[in-house]
Design a protein around this ligand. Sequence first.
Ligand SMILES: Cc1cc2nc3c(=O)[nH]c(=O)nc-3n(C[C@H](O)[C@H](O)[C@H](O)COP(=O)(O)OP(=O)(O)OC[C@H]3O[C@@H](n4cnc5c(N)ncnc54)[C@H](O)[C@@H]3O)c2cc1C
Length: 518
Amino acid sequence: MTSERFDVIVVGTGAGGGTLAHTVAAAGRRVLLLERGDFLPRETENWEPEAVFLDGRYISPDVWFDADGSPFQPQVHYFVGGATKLYGAALYRLRPQDFGELKHVDGVSPAWPVGYDEFEPWYTKAEWLYQVHGHHGDDPTEGHWSKQYPWPAVSHESRIQQIFDDLTAAGYHPFSAPCGILLDEADRARSHCIRCTWCDGYPCLVHAKSDADTIAVRPLLMAPNVTLLVGAEVVKLETDATGRVVTGVVVSRKGAQEVYEADIVVVAAGAANSAKLLLNSANDRHPNGLANGSDQVGRNYMFHNSKAVVALAKESNDTVFQKTLGLNDFYLDNNDDPWPLGNIQMVGKSNGYAMKGEEPKLTMLAPHWSLDQVAEHAVDFWLTTEDLPDPDNRVTVDAKGQIHLAYTSNNDAEADALYKELRTILNHIGMAQHHVLGKNFYMKMNIPVAGCAHQAGTCRFGTDPATSVLDRNCKAHELDNLYVVDTSFFPSIGAVNPALTAMANAIRVGEHLNERLA
Ligand SMILES: Cc1cc2nc3c(=O)[nH]c(=O)nc-3n(C[C@H](O)[C@H](O)[C@H](O)COP(=O)(O)OP(=O)(O)OC[C@H]3O[C@@H](n4cnc5c(N)ncnc54)[C@H](O)[C@@H]3O)c2cc1C
């Protein structure tokens, strides 16, 4: 046990933990950050598709088990900055309707205990902290906003501008996607970002992506009130005899166990790992896992019902930074579709190695140069449909403390309808007539359970301790000093990328802690 006592211990340095640490450290709190990974090395492989997609260089060697007990390698990233080191930095707000009840084909997406109006100021703070580019007011489905984005929308390259114009002419409502990159288009000499292809799914070699490492954690490192320990995996939380107070954070580091203490303990290890930590911290007072009297810890795992779609056009697509366009025309119910279908956005430009890494069976016989040629013609879309919280979609741990993840998809009919809408769109905007193969060709991939990039929901917040793990401040109902601020707290996931909501919530909870500790 160390003699130093901290105000706040934060477990995990990703979107939730890194942002919360930034908030409480700025108020002068003594903060200990515990991160199981290390700093992601800056090396040429950061921008090599073969290393990133085929070799999976930055994916943890963790083994998890599916519902049948079969092992799989989850696509999780253990580094300072967490999953944001690899993320695409599409920093969307949820829609106001996502904070209320929303009916879907397979059930109801539940309401949050905090409404959009209450959340809005935190979204604004997160957009400013993470230097988001965009233009509020262009997406007809977005909620009200109190302050414009700090940076103008990233300009579309010619092929994407053409798609944008064609969509508009066909009566759709495309908008500029919100991007967290350190780009100054007005003064390229001062810009960190060189506007390259290696953004979505790659670490940024020049640290020009607004990830939690670059924006939230690294700026704290010289501060006298902040200590960061890397290679420090938190394996257990200990409580006092009443079970109400976390008294020790047990860490495995350099082959030994250490115990740290703080007034407040904040868990932000990612939705699956936070559930694992709480379940592995069972004791006499918490026999089913810490804070788990409700039996909700680990349940309601969500990760979106997503599809990656590659549309191959006859004309080549020389776009470098492709993620500048979004479309929410089908996000809520509309005249054609009775259900909310979700979001359509562009993803990073595909290449031969990415296609091989993501579709090994389909591309098995193709040499990578041929796939590279195919990819030159690709326009790449990402479709996101909300998946509903289902108590049987859950993280459990076995006798060895290892993660088992059971997941059955839902809202498949909505996801298929969204894909159908995309194909209709491509017909409307003339892409279908120009396909390489002389007929419509789309490579479509449903995301398997290992693709847990958008994992959420395993410790949902709510007002009723019988049905939720956390209260509206993300404090565990059953403990006085334990908070959870990664995407675990989501009671529903909406159909846009989750990171900005985790960041905004971390600032919200961080400011609550600053008041509590004052
Ligand atoms: C390839 C990819 C692309 C993505 N693109 C987008 C996007 O464009 N937009 C978007 O909004 N979202 C995107 N996401 C998702 C986004 O990155 C996550 O939603 C977000 O990072 C989740 O934040 P978190 O705090 O819950 O977890 P994380 O950011 O994963 O942080 C968890 C941290 O906890 C650490 N940790 C885990 N266990 C322990 C332990 N026991 N002890 C100590 N430390 C521990 C991990 O190493 C990690 O640093 C993407 C994700 C990936 C992988």
